[in-house]
Ligand binder design. Structure first.
Ligand SMILES: NC(=O)C1=CN([C@@H]2O[C@H](COP(=O)(O)OP(=O)(O)OC[C@H]3O[C@@H](n4cnc5c(N)ncnc54)[C@H](O)[C@@H]3O)[C@@H](O)[C@H]2O)C=CC1
Ligand SMILES: O=C(O)C(=O)Cc1ccc(O)cc1
Length: 365
Protein backbone atom coordinates (compact mmCIF):
# COMPACT_ATOMS: atom_id res chain seq x y z
CA UNK A 1 0.00 0.00 0.00
CA UNK A 2 1.35 3.44 -0.89
CA UNK A 3 2.43 5.55 2.07
CA UNK A 4 1.41 9.20 1.71
CA UNK A 5 3.57 11.95 3.17
CA UNK A 6 2.49 15.60 3.30
CA UNK A 7 5.27 18.18 3.59
CA UNK A 8 4.09 21.63 4.69
CA UNK A 9 6.72 24.29 3.96
CA UNK A 10 8.85 23.48 0.93
CA UNK A 11 11.92 25.67 1.47
CA UNK A 12 15.53 24.54 1.92
CA UNK A 13 14.68 21.94 4.58
CA UNK A 14 11.16 20.85 3.58
CA UNK A 15 12.23 20.66 -0.06
CA UNK A 16 15.36 18.67 0.82
CA UNK A 17 13.36 16.19 2.93
CA UNK A 18 10.84 15.81 0.12
CA UNK A 19 13.66 15.12 -2.35
CA UNK A 20 15.33 12.61 -0.02
CA UNK A 21 12.02 10.80 0.52
CA UNK A 22 11.52 10.47 -3.22
CA UNK A 23 13.82 7.46 -2.87
CA UNK A 24 11.51 5.73 -0.37
CA UNK A 25 9.64 2.88 -2.08
CA UNK A 26 5.87 3.07 -2.48
CA UNK A 27 5.75 6.55 -1.04
CA UNK A 28 3.87 9.50 -2.46
CA UNK A 29 5.12 12.95 -1.49
CA UNK A 30 2.50 15.67 -1.39
CA UNK A 31 3.57 19.25 -0.78
CA UNK A 32 2.11 22.55 0.35
CA UNK A 33 3.72 25.96 0.80
CA UNK A 34 2.03 29.29 1.46
CA UNK A 35 4.10 30.84 -1.31
CA UNK A 36 2.62 30.18 -4.76
CA UNK A 37 5.97 30.50 -6.55
CA UNK A 38 7.50 27.91 -4.21
CA UNK A 39 4.60 25.58 -4.95
CA UNK A 40 5.17 26.09 -8.68
CA UNK A 41 8.93 25.39 -8.39
CA UNK A 42 8.34 22.31 -6.22
CA UNK A 43 6.04 20.95 -8.90
CA UNK A 44 8.17 21.73 -11.96
CA UNK A 45 11.38 20.52 -10.30
CA UNK A 46 9.67 17.25 -9.21
CA UNK A 47 10.51 17.91 -5.58
CA UNK A 48 7.06 16.52 -4.74
CA UNK A 49 4.72 14.17 -6.58
CA UNK A 50 1.72 16.41 -6.04
CA UNK A 51 1.14 20.00 -4.96
CA UNK A 52 -1.94 20.96 -2.99
CA UNK A 53 -3.42 24.36 -2.13
CA UNK A 54 -5.54 23.13 0.78
CA UNK A 55 -3.32 21.35 3.33
CA UNK A 56 -6.23 20.57 5.63
CA UNK A 57 -8.01 18.63 2.92
CA UNK A 58 -4.82 16.83 1.89
CA UNK A 59 -3.95 15.96 5.51
CA UNK A 60 -7.11 13.88 5.91
CA UNK A 61 -5.70 11.17 3.67
CA UNK A 62 -1.98 11.04 4.59
CA UNK A 63 0.06 8.78 6.89
CA UNK A 64 2.79 11.26 7.75
CA UNK A 65 2.84 15.06 8.04
CA UNK A 66 6.20 16.89 8.10
CA UNK A 67 6.46 20.60 8.87
CA UNK A 68 9.30 22.39 7.08
CA UNK A 69 8.06 25.80 8.20
CA UNK A 70 9.73 28.46 10.41
CA UNK A 71 9.17 27.45 14.04
CA UNK A 72 6.46 30.01 14.89
CA UNK A 73 4.51 29.04 11.78
CA UNK A 74 4.86 25.38 12.85
CA UNK A 75 3.26 26.21 16.21
CA UNK A 76 0.36 27.87 14.35
CA UNK A 77 -0.10 24.84 12.10
CA UNK A 78 0.00 22.49 15.10
CA UNK A 79 -2.78 24.51 16.70
CA UNK A 80 -4.85 24.22 13.52
CA UNK A 81 -4.16 20.49 13.32
CA UNK A 82 -6.23 20.00 16.45
CA UNK A 83 -9.44 20.54 14.51
CA UNK A 84 -8.46 18.81 11.25
CA UNK A 85 -9.95 15.50 10.18
CA UNK A 86 -6.91 13.16 10.23
CA UNK A 87 -6.21 9.46 9.85
CA UNK A 88 -6.25 7.80 13.27
CA UNK A 89 -2.66 6.60 12.91
CA UNK A 90 -1.17 9.73 11.36
CA UNK A 91 2.38 10.50 12.45
CA UNK A 92 3.32 14.17 12.64
CA UNK A 93 6.85 15.57 12.83
CA UNK A 94 8.71 18.80 12.16
CA UNK A 95 12.20 19.97 11.24
CA UNK A 96 12.41 23.08 13.41
CA UNK A 97 15.58 24.33 15.06
CA UNK A 98 13.91 24.67 18.47
CA UNK A 99 12.08 22.01 20.36
CA UNK A 100 10.76 23.05 23.81
CA UNK A 101 7.78 25.15 22.64
CA UNK A 102 7.02 22.71 19.84
CA UNK A 103 7.00 19.71 22.20
CA UNK A 104 4.81 21.59 24.64
CA UNK A 105 2.29 21.96 21.83
CA UNK A 106 2.88 18.29 20.92
CA UNK A 107 1.67 17.42 24.42
CA UNK A 108 -1.63 19.14 23.61
CA UNK A 109 -1.89 17.12 20.39
CA UNK A 110 -1.22 13.89 22.28
CA UNK A 111 -4.25 14.58 24.49
CA UNK A 112 -6.29 14.52 21.28
CA UNK A 113 -4.73 11.22 20.20
CA UNK A 114 -2.36 12.76 17.61
CA UNK A 115 1.23 11.45 17.59
CA UNK A 116 3.86 14.16 17.18
CA UNK A 117 7.58 13.39 17.34
CA UNK A 118 9.84 16.44 17.15
CA UNK A 119 12.61 16.37 14.57
CA UNK A 120 15.60 18.55 13.72
CA UNK A 121 18.12 17.72 11.01
CA UNK A 122 21.41 19.34 12.05
CA UNK A 123 22.38 20.27 8.54
CA UNK A 124 21.53 23.17 6.36
CA UNK A 125 23.01 26.42 5.27
CA UNK A 126 22.60 30.18 5.18
CA UNK A 127 20.68 29.72 1.94
CA UNK A 128 16.93 29.43 1.98
CA UNK A 129 14.07 28.58 -0.32
CA UNK A 130 13.04 25.66 -2.47
CA UNK A 131 15.70 26.33 -5.14
CA UNK A 132 18.43 25.59 -2.59
CA UNK A 133 16.91 22.18 -1.67
CA UNK A 134 19.10 19.11 -2.18
CA UNK A 135 18.36 15.40 -1.77
CA UNK A 136 21.68 14.74 -0.04
CA UNK A 137 21.58 17.72 2.36
CA UNK A 138 21.28 15.58 5.48
CA UNK A 139 23.75 12.84 4.56
CA UNK A 140 25.92 11.94 7.60
CA UNK A 141 24.51 14.78 9.69
CA UNK A 142 22.83 14.24 13.04
CA UNK A 143 19.04 14.20 12.89
CA UNK A 144 17.71 14.79 16.38
CA UNK A 145 14.35 13.42 17.43
CA UNK A 146 12.61 14.68 20.57
CA UNK A 147 9.81 12.24 21.44
CA UNK A 148 7.45 13.05 24.28
CA UNK A 149 8.07 10.92 27.39
CA UNK A 150 6.57 7.46 26.92
CA UNK A 151 6.36 7.68 23.13
CA UNK A 152 5.52 4.29 21.64
CA UNK A 153 8.48 2.43 20.16
CA UNK A 154 6.48 1.57 17.08
CA UNK A 155 5.94 5.26 16.28
CA UNK A 156 9.67 5.94 16.64
CA UNK A 157 10.43 2.98 14.39
CA UNK A 158 7.95 4.24 11.77
CA UNK A 159 9.56 7.66 11.68
CA UNK A 160 13.09 6.26 11.63
CA UNK A 161 12.23 3.90 8.80
CA UNK A 162 11.17 6.91 6.75
CA UNK A 163 14.08 9.15 7.78
CA UNK A 164 16.63 6.52 6.79
CA UNK A 165 16.26 7.84 3.25
CA UNK A 166 17.89 11.08 4.37
CA UNK A 167 21.04 9.05 5.28
CA UNK A 168 21.32 11.11 8.46
CA UNK A 169 22.33 9.78 11.89
CA UNK A 170 19.12 9.72 13.89
CA UNK A 171 19.48 10.29 17.65
CA UNK A 172 16.90 10.95 20.37
CA UNK A 173 17.29 13.64 23.03
CA UNK A 174 14.90 15.53 25.28
CA UNK A 175 13.56 18.86 24.09
CA UNK A 176 15.41 20.78 26.81
CA UNK A 177 18.71 19.00 26.10
CA UNK A 178 18.15 19.82 22.45
CA UNK A 179 17.50 23.51 23.05
CA UNK A 180 20.54 23.85 25.30
CA UNK A 181 22.93 22.13 22.88
CA UNK A 182 21.67 23.94 19.79
CA UNK A 183 21.85 27.27 21.63
CA UNK A 184 25.58 26.65 22.14
CA UNK A 185 26.57 25.37 18.70
CA UNK A 186 24.03 27.02 16.43
CA UNK A 187 21.71 29.71 17.79
CA UNK A 188 24.20 31.75 19.82
CA UNK A 189 26.83 31.72 17.04
CA UNK A 190 24.17 33.30 14.81
CA UNK A 191 23.81 36.19 17.23
CA UNK A 192 27.59 36.63 17.38
CA UNK A 193 27.88 36.53 13.58
CA UNK A 194 25.13 39.14 13.22
CA UNK A 195 26.73 41.31 15.90
CA UNK A 196 30.12 41.25 14.13
CA UNK A 197 28.44 42.39 10.93
CA UNK A 198 26.67 45.17 12.86
CA UNK A 199 30.04 46.18 14.29
CA UNK A 200 31.47 46.36 10.76
CA UNK A 201 28.43 48.40 9.68
CA UNK A 202 29.34 50.94 12.39
CA UNK A 203 32.64 51.58 10.60
CA UNK A 204 30.95 53.03 7.51
CA UNK A 205 31.13 56.65 8.63
CA UNK A 206 34.77 57.13 9.56
CA UNK A 207 36.46 54.16 7.90
CA UNK A 208 34.36 53.17 4.86
CA UNK A 209 37.29 51.17 3.48
CA UNK A 210 37.10 48.64 6.34
CA UNK A 211 34.34 46.65 4.63
CA UNK A 212 36.50 46.20 1.52
CA UNK A 213 39.08 44.53 3.75
CA UNK A 214 36.58 42.04 5.19
CA UNK A 215 38.02 38.92 3.64
CA UNK A 216 38.72 35.29 4.64
CA UNK A 217 38.39 35.15 8.43
CA UNK A 218 35.63 37.73 8.69
CA UNK A 219 33.65 36.08 5.93
CA UNK A 220 34.12 32.62 7.50
CA UNK A 221 32.85 33.62 10.92
CA UNK A 222 29.96 35.70 9.58
CA UNK A 223 28.66 33.44 6.78
CA UNK A 224 25.63 32.46 8.83
CA UNK A 225 24.64 36.12 9.24
CA UNK A 226 23.36 35.81 5.65
CA UNK A 227 20.58 33.43 6.78
CA UNK A 228 16.85 34.08 6.51
CA UNK A 229 16.01 36.74 9.20
CA UNK A 230 12.44 35.44 9.71
CA UNK A 231 13.77 31.99 10.53
CA UNK A 232 16.25 33.36 13.05
CA UNK A 233 13.77 35.77 14.57
CA UNK A 234 11.54 32.79 15.42
CA UNK A 235 14.42 30.59 16.63
CA UNK A 236 15.86 33.23 18.94
CA UNK A 237 12.42 34.09 20.32
CA UNK A 238 11.61 30.44 21.06
CA UNK A 239 14.99 29.72 22.63
CA UNK A 240 15.52 33.08 24.30
CA UNK A 241 16.05 31.76 27.84
CA UNK A 242 18.98 29.60 26.78
CA UNK A 243 20.31 32.44 24.65
CA UNK A 244 20.24 34.92 27.51
CA UNK A 245 22.32 32.47 29.58
CA UNK A 246 24.74 32.07 26.66
CA UNK A 247 24.98 35.82 26.35
CA UNK A 248 25.77 36.19 30.07
CA UNK A 249 28.49 33.52 29.79
CA UNK A 250 29.87 35.30 26.72
CA UNK A 251 29.92 38.64 28.54
CA UNK A 252 31.92 36.99 31.34
CA UNK A 253 34.25 35.47 28.75
CA UNK A 254 34.73 38.84 27.05
CA UNK A 255 35.46 40.33 30.48
CA UNK A 256 38.22 37.75 30.86
CA UNK A 257 39.64 38.64 27.44
CA UNK A 258 39.50 42.34 28.32
CA UNK A 259 41.51 41.65 31.48
CA UNK A 260 44.10 39.73 29.46
CA UNK A 261 44.49 42.71 27.15
CA UNK A 262 44.63 45.21 29.99
CA UNK A 263 47.36 43.16 31.67
CA UNK A 264 49.22 42.74 28.35
CA UNK A 265 50.66 39.39 29.47
CA UNK A 266 51.95 37.78 26.25
CA UNK A 267 52.14 34.32 27.79
CA UNK A 268 48.51 34.39 29.02
CA UNK A 269 47.25 35.74 25.72
CA UNK A 270 49.05 33.05 23.77
CA UNK A 271 47.64 30.42 26.14
CA UNK A 272 44.12 31.74 25.53
CA UNK A 273 44.48 31.21 21.77
CA UNK A 274 46.32 27.90 22.20
CA UNK A 275 43.53 26.37 24.30
CA UNK A 276 40.93 27.53 21.75
CA UNK A 277 43.01 26.15 18.87
CA UNK A 278 43.30 22.73 20.53
CA UNK A 279 39.58 22.56 21.25
CA UNK A 280 38.70 23.70 17.72
CA UNK A 281 41.15 21.28 16.08
CA UNK A 282 39.64 18.38 18.01
CA UNK A 283 36.09 19.01 16.82
CA UNK A 284 34.74 16.04 14.88
CA UNK A 285 34.32 16.86 11.21
CA UNK A 286 31.63 14.52 10.02
CA UNK A 287 29.73 14.13 13.29
CA UNK A 288 26.94 16.64 12.95
CA UNK A 289 28.82 18.96 10.66
CA UNK A 290 26.26 21.67 10.20
CA UNK A 291 27.33 23.03 6.86
CA UNK A 292 28.69 20.12 4.96
CA UNK A 293 30.73 20.79 1.89
CA UNK A 294 32.97 18.37 0.12
CA UNK A 295 35.98 20.37 -1.02
CA UNK A 296 38.44 19.11 -3.56
CA UNK A 297 41.76 20.94 -3.96
CA UNK A 298 43.19 20.96 -7.46
CA UNK A 299 46.70 22.10 -8.30
CA UNK A 300 46.17 23.98 -11.53
CA UNK A 301 48.89 25.39 -13.75
CA UNK A 302 48.67 29.10 -14.50
CA UNK A 303 47.44 29.38 -18.09
CA UNK A 304 44.36 31.10 -19.53
CA UNK A 305 41.22 28.94 -19.59
CA UNK A 306 42.44 26.41 -17.04
CA UNK A 307 39.43 26.91 -14.76
CA UNK A 308 36.91 26.43 -17.54
CA UNK A 309 38.85 23.34 -18.56
CA UNK A 310 38.30 21.84 -15.10
CA UNK A 311 34.66 22.91 -14.83
CA UNK A 312 34.08 21.63 -18.37
CA UNK A 313 35.37 18.19 -17.40
CA UNK A 314 33.01 18.12 -14.41
CA UNK A 315 30.09 19.29 -16.54
CA UNK A 316 30.79 16.51 -19.07
CA UNK A 317 30.54 13.99 -16.23
CA UNK A 318 27.34 15.66 -14.89
CA UNK A 319 29.00 16.51 -11.55
CA UNK A 320 27.46 19.62 -9.95
CA UNK A 321 29.69 22.22 -8.30
CA UNK A 322 28.33 24.10 -5.28
CA UNK A 323 31.20 26.55 -4.97
CA UNK A 324 34.49 27.37 -6.56
CA UNK A 325 37.36 29.52 -5.33
CA UNK A 326 41.09 30.04 -5.64
CA UNK A 327 42.67 29.91 -2.20
CA UNK A 328 46.14 30.91 -3.05
CA UNK A 329 47.58 32.49 -6.15
CA UNK A 330 51.15 31.37 -5.88
CA UNK A 331 53.77 33.17 -7.84
CA UNK A 332 55.11 29.96 -9.32
CA UNK A 333 53.39 27.90 -11.98
CA UNK A 334 50.61 26.37 -9.87
CA UNK A 335 47.59 27.81 -8.06
CA UNK A 336 45.11 25.97 -5.87
CA UNK A 337 41.57 25.76 -7.12
CA UNK A 338 39.06 24.65 -4.48
CA UNK A 339 35.93 23.03 -5.83
CA UNK A 340 33.05 22.31 -3.45
CA UNK A 341 30.96 19.33 -4.40
CA UNK A 342 27.64 17.99 -3.20
CA UNK A 343 28.72 14.67 -1.71
CA UNK A 344 31.64 12.42 -0.91
CA UNK A 345 30.72 10.33 -3.93
CA UNK A 346 30.83 13.36 -6.27
CA UNK A 347 34.19 14.39 -4.81
CA UNK A 348 35.67 10.96 -5.55
CA UNK A 349 34.30 11.01 -9.10
CA UNK A 350 35.60 14.56 -9.63
CA UNK A 351 39.08 13.64 -8.39
CA UNK A 352 39.19 10.64 -10.71
CA UNK A 353 38.06 12.41 -13.87
CA UNK A 354 40.26 15.48 -13.30
CA UNK A 355 43.27 13.21 -12.76
CA UNK A 356 42.43 11.13 -15.81
CA UNK A 357 41.54 13.87 -18.28
CA UNK A 358 43.58 16.88 -17.16
CA UNK A 359 46.38 15.12 -15.24
CA UNK A 360 46.17 17.74 -12.47
CA UNK A 361 46.93 16.64 -8.95
CA UNK A 362 44.00 16.70 -6.56
CA UNK A 363 43.85 16.36 -2.81
CA UNK A 364 41.50 16.69 0.15
CA UNK A 365 42.39 19.14 2.92
N1 LIG B 1 18.10 26.73 7.32
C1 LIG B 1 18.69 25.71 7.89
O1 LIG B 1 19.88 25.49 7.67
C2 LIG B 1 17.92 24.83 8.81
C3 LIG B 1 16.62 25.11 9.18
N2 LIG B 1 15.94 24.27 10.00
C4 LIG B 1 14.53 24.52 10.34
O2 LIG B 1 13.77 24.09 9.24
C5 LIG B 1 12.60 24.89 9.09
C6 LIG B 1 12.57 25.45 7.68
O3 LIG B 1 13.72 26.24 7.47
P1 LIG B 1 14.27 26.52 5.99
O4 LIG B 1 13.83 25.46 5.08
O5 LIG B 1 15.70 26.83 6.13
O6 LIG B 1 13.51 27.86 5.65
P2 LIG B 1 13.14 28.40 4.22
O7 LIG B 1 12.92 29.85 4.39
O8 LIG B 1 14.07 27.92 3.19
O9 LIG B 1 11.74 27.68 3.94
C7 LIG B 1 10.59 27.88 4.70
C8 LIG B 1 9.41 27.64 3.78
O10 LIG B 1 8.22 27.70 4.55
C9 LIG B 1 7.27 28.48 3.87
N3 LIG B 1 6.38 29.02 4.86
C10 LIG B 1 6.64 30.02 5.75
N4 LIG B 1 5.58 30.20 6.55
C11 LIG B 1 4.65 29.30 6.16
C12 LIG B 1 3.36 28.98 6.60
N5 LIG B 1 2.80 29.63 7.62
N6 LIG B 1 2.68 28.00 5.97
C13 LIG B 1 3.23 27.34 4.93
N7 LIG B 1 4.45 27.58 4.46
C14 LIG B 1 5.15 28.55 5.08
C15 LIG B 1 8.05 29.51 3.12
O11 LIG B 1 7.30 30.02 2.02
C16 LIG B 1 9.27 28.71 2.70
O12 LIG B 1 9.08 28.10 1.45
C17 LIG B 1 12.69 25.94 10.18
O13 LIG B 1 11.87 25.55 11.25
C18 LIG B 1 14.14 25.95 10.60
O14 LIG B 1 14.28 26.32 11.95
C19 LIG B 1 16.48 23.10 10.45
C20 LIG B 1 17.77 22.76 10.11
C21 LIG B 1 18.59 23.62 9.29
O1 LIG C 1 24.71 27.24 7.74
C1 LIG C 1 24.94 26.76 8.85
O2 LIG C 1 26.08 26.46 9.21
C2 LIG C 1 23.83 26.53 9.77
O3 LIG C 1 23.87 26.94 10.88
C3 LIG C 1 22.71 25.72 9.25
C4 LIG C 1 21.70 25.40 10.27
C5 LIG C 1 20.71 26.31 10.56
C6 LIG C 1 19.74 25.99 11.47
C7 LIG C 1 19.76 24.77 12.10
O4 LIG C 1 18.82 24.47 12.98
C8 LIG C 1 20.74 23.84 11.82
C9 LIG C 1 21.70 24.16 10.89
Amino acid sequence: MTRKVLVIGLGLIGGSIALALQKAPETKIIGYDMDSQTREHAKTLHIVDEIVTDPMQAAADVDVIIFGTPVNATLDWMEQLKSWPLKKKVLVTDTGSTKKSIMQKAGELRELGITFIGGHPMAGSHKSGVLAAKAHLFENAYYMLTPLAGEEIIHMAQLESLLKYTHAKVVSVSASEHDHMTAVVSHFPHIIAASLVHQLGGENGEYPMTRSLAAGGFRDVTRIASSNPVLWRDITLQNREELITQLEDWEAEMGRVKQLLLQGDAHEIEAYFAVAKDLRDELPISAGAIFTSFDLYVDVPDYPGVISEVTGILADEAISITNLRIVESREDVFGVLVISLQSEHDRERAAKCIAKRAHFETYIS
